[in-house]
Design a protein around this ligand. Structure first.
Ligand SMILES: N[C@@H](CCC[C@H](N)C(=O)O)C(=O)O
Length: 369
């Protein structure tokens, strides 16, 4: 059985390539253990082979073979063999996604159950979610849909929409500054690829009304939830709730400690308790934030449907909105995440939030469906 896959790392030699792919091969070979021998072929984007093909026997021992003949130089992105899902893996500050070209249909090419399998970091490709590039609706250029790694479907994804923009530029072969109108579950989102390759996104207006976030926490007169007491594990946390299309609960401190030291938090222990708290009928993403200065914040996130991730774009936007509402920061901030920094501006003039950050392709691949 031959399985096509590709990686876009700058590999210098077949041996180095072999070392880089060994782990992936181990996990792939375990998925195909019913076959006595599997052959793996690795390609560059232009479909030329980047290393000798590798045979893996059922006992997962490996041998390298000299390639018989180079594949024809058509783009990997043009691959259309049925029975396979062709994808490009992207990340935005380590928040990683499987990007699928779904421009020919308004139905996702895979089910939420298949997404869960593909996102698995041991038995699949490994990702925080799967993103589909679909035909636009309501006059927009494209529609973005996303499945979290647990198969649930969120309304929006900030890091994902930057990857989405870079993926469109690659699919459409566009260079330089480009912007697109994208229909999402959170309404119209406008990413713009900058000359330096970073992507600046108009994320729209934050939603502060408690019932729209949604949260059952007690609201102020203006219906926003700012520094409301939220009991988790016997601690009363001060919660400020913001929706960027998807729900966020932002925590800067608790009754006992007004200012968090985010590195000290046991995120995997407390994160799920916030996510599934009865005060959040649609579950919630939770951001734990430390303020270094009015323009420099540090944030760790527990994402709804994905757990601890290295970055969350909508979470960084919600963090700055919450920091302004709590009087902790100004409207222009650098938000430092485990995977790197995002620039966030909550613009007074139009009430929109703007996010700027990177998005990078990691590798190209195909998996049998
Ligand atoms: N990582 C994303 C958010 C993805 C969706 C989230 N897990 C949810 O369920 O709301 C981002 O960068 O915004």
């Amino acid at each position: 059985m031959a399985i096509a896959a590709a990686i876009s790392l700058p590999l210098t030699s077949p041996t180095r390539c072999y070392l880089n792919i060994t782990d992936q091969l181990r996990s792939l070979s375990s998925s195909y253990s019913s076959f006595s021998t599997c052959q793996f072929n690795f390609f560059k984007k232009d479909s030329t082979r980047i290393c000798p093909s590798v045979r893996v026997s059922a006992s997962a021992s490996m041998s390298i073979q000299t390639p018989e003949k180079a594949s024809p130089p058509t783009s990997f992105l043009d691959r259309r063999e049925s029975g396979f899902l062709h994808f490009v893996k992207y990340h935005g500050l380590g928040n990683d996604f499987i990007l699928v070209d779904n421009r020919n249909s308004s139905e996702p090419k895979i089910t939420p159950e298949q997404a869960v399998k593909l996102c698995d970091r041991n038995f699949g490709i490994g990702a925080d979610g799967v993103i589909f590039v679909m035909p636009g609706i309501n006059g927009t250029d494209y529609t973005m849909r996303i499945f979290n790694s647990d198969g649930s479907e969120p309304e929006m994804c900030g890091n994902g929409v930057r990857c989405f923009a870079r993926f469109i530029a690659e699919l459409e072969n566009l260079q330089g500054k480009q912007s697109f109108t994208v229909h999402t579950g959170a309404g119209l989102i406008v990413p713009e690829i900058q000359d330096d390759g970073q992507v600046k996104v108009d994320m729209g207006e934050p939603i502060l009304k408690a019932s729209d976030v949604p949260t059952r926490l007690p609201a102020n007169k203006d219906q926003s939830v700012v520094k409301a007491g939220l009991n988790v594990d016997g601690v009363t946390w001060n919660a400020t709730c913001v929706s960027m299309g998807n729900p966020h609960c932002v925590i800067f401190g608790s009754e006992e400690a007004q200012n968090l030291q985010v590195d000290e938090l046991k995120l995997a222990e407390i994160g799920p308790k916030f996510e599934h708290h009865e005060m959040f009928p649609a579950r919630t993403n939770t951001e734990f934030v430390q303020v270094f200065s009015p323009s420099h914040l540090k944030m760790r996130v527990w994402e709804r449907g994905a757990g601890a991730t290295l970055a969350c774009g909508t979470g960084a936007c919600a963090t700055v909105v919450a920091a302004v509402l709590e009087g902790r920061a100004g409207r222009n901030c650098t938000v430092e995440l485990p995977g790197g920094p995002l620039q966030i501006e909550w613009r007074e003039k139009d009430n929109h939030v703007y996010m700027t950050g990177p998005a990078e392709a990691v590798f190209y691949g195909s998996v049998p469906l």
